[in-house]
Design a protein around this ligand. Structure first.
Ligand SMILES: C[S@@+](CC[C@H](N)C(=O)[O-])C[C@H]1O[C@@H](n2cnc3c(N)ncnc32)[C@H](O)[C@@H]1O
Ligand code: SF4
Ligand code: SF4
Length: 427
């Protein structure tokens, strides 16, 4: 059995030996009590929102109270991933300046507690540290940051204000993945190092890391490897299939090797491995099962403050948050422009939308209990189970294992030596 110890990922070049690379000197982390209070407040807010939304749906009003806001702080990116839908955003809006971004946050905070920063690549914004600091000042909780990770060393301070870091990782085949990332050689290896580094520092930085893994027809076997990497580094595995127009690829979903992977992911979830979602929501997401979508409970805001109505995949803007003042007003404007919207069964295979069905209809099920257990109070996953379990089906199939083995070996002894000046150049 071939496994690699976590230590085989050397500390990246920006960390001097023995250096405690954790947050700025002036920064004070929350005490345990403060964290507990935040968790409690977040849970109470989620319960109230759930109840209010049940009432609204029961009376046929599908303009729901927001549970978590997704804010695309920019469309710009330092990579050009081949499958990425964000190269050509539905609307190419301009970034607000820092003050404008603060204004967006202030408006969102009046209606919701949780926020998810995404893009494009949020970390290409030089002011991203200020923006997440402002989110913290406004007492958003939890604060998620979605990133490809490459610029984290440069904007490392952002992590002082973030609760959950979501990093993209699709493959442990460094050469193959570099081709997908489409930004020259060496990027994939650097991302492995960066994730491993921050995973090791989850406790000192008080963050939990999730890895978002996009599974495509070319990377089914790699998803096992990514999962193993996640378990070995104490980070949550969040799988999703590659979508086109936000819909799953039915040919991929029908493939026996893909179905075997999904069965294995669900089985590991059953055994208690840190995988995002419930067994049911994972199957819905990965197998493209129908679900009722309540998209307005997860408002999506574009860089200029435009709010989608009801959702990003349909591409319709209700109105601008800064002009109209609130998400609720943007939804009312959307309804006026495009007509009433009801729950939708189009089946977009995106986690944020799939989970709306579970938050509304299965709130008290394991999804909530598990996510509370997964994240409450302490950083990391809180779970330590043998990582090799991720690879079990590959052991059963020597043919597959042989193709995977050399790839894993390639990533085993990497040493990274990219000077920080090169990172700045990517900005
Ligand atoms: C658009 S990116 C933005 C944040 C950041 N740049 C990153 O890559 O994590 C958000 C997530 O969407 C995923 N994604 C991009 N295109 C996709 C597609 N066609 N199907 C499924 N997921 C996709 C990315 O892998 C990433 O995890
Ligand atoms: S890093 Fe994120 S936004 Fe950039 S191209 Fe890749 S998936 Fe898209
Ligand atoms: S299923 Fe897709 S199109 Fe329908 S509301 Fe949800 S996100 Fe929008």
């Amino acid at each position: 059995m071939k496994t690699i110890s976590p230590d085989s990922y050397a500390e990246p070049s920006w960390v001097a030996p023995g250096e405690d690379h954790s947050s700025s000197p002036a920064f004070e982390h929350d005490t345990r009590f403060q964290t507990f209070r935040k968790n409690l407040r977040g849970a109470i807010h989620a319960i109230r929102t759930h109840r209010e939304n049940r009432r609204r749906v029961a009376r046929g009003d599908f303009k729901l109270r927001p549970l978590v806001g997704t804010y695309y702080v920019t469309h710009r990116c330092n990579l050009k991933c081949r499958y990425c839908t964000e190269h050509y955003p539905i609307r190419d809006t301009v970034d607000l300046d820092t003050e404008g971004a603060y204004e967006v946050l202030a408006r969102l905070r009046r209606e919701m507690s949780a926020i998810y920063f995404t893009g494009g690549e949020p970390l290409v914004r030089p002011d991203i540290v200020d923006i997440v600091r402002e989110a913290r000042r406004l007492q958003f909780f939890p604060i998620h940051l979605g990133t490809n990770g490459l610029l984290l060393p440069l904007r490392d301070q952002a992590l002082d204000y973030v609760d959950r870091l979501v990093i993209s990782l699709d493959s442990m085949d460094a050469h193959g993945w570099d081709r997908v990332l489409n930004a020259g050689p060496g990027q994939a290896r650097r991302i492995y190092e960066i994730i491993a580094h921050y995973a090791r520092n989850q406790r000192s930085r008080r963050i939990s890391i999730l890895v978002n893994c996009v599974i495509s027809g070319d990377s089914i076997d790699q998803a096992y490897q990514v999962m193993e990497f996640c378990f070995r580094h104490d980070v949550v595995f969040a799988p999703v299939s590659a979508t086109s127009d936000s819909l799953p690829d039915r040919r991929l979903l029908a493939r026996p090797d893909y179905q075997r992977l999904v069965r294995h992911i669900v089985e590991l979830k059953r055994r208690g491995y840190p995988i995002l979602g419930s067994k049911d929501s994972i199957e819905t997401l990965l197998l493209g099962r129908p679900f009722p979508c309540y998209a307005t409970s997860v408002p999506h805001v574009y860089p200029n403050g435009d709010v989608f109505y009801p959702c990003q995949p349909l591409g319709r803007i209700g109105g601008n948050l800064l002009e109209l003042g609130s998400v609720a007003a943007a939804y009312r404007e959307g309804e006026r422009k495009f007509g009433e919207w009801k729950e939708c069964w189009r089946g977009c295979a995106l986690n944020c939308y799939v989970l709306t069905a579970y938050y509304l209809n299965h709130f008290w099920d394991q999804l909530v209990l598990e996510s509370v257990a997964q994240f409450a109070m302490q950083p990391g996953t809180g779970k330590r189970l043998p990582a090799e379990a991720a690879l079990e089906p590959l052991y059963e199939d020597p043919g597959t294992w042989r193709t995977v083995y050399p790839v894993d070996a390639v990533t085993a002894g990497i040493s990274y030596d990219v000077p920080i000046s090169q990172l700045s150049a990517a900005d």
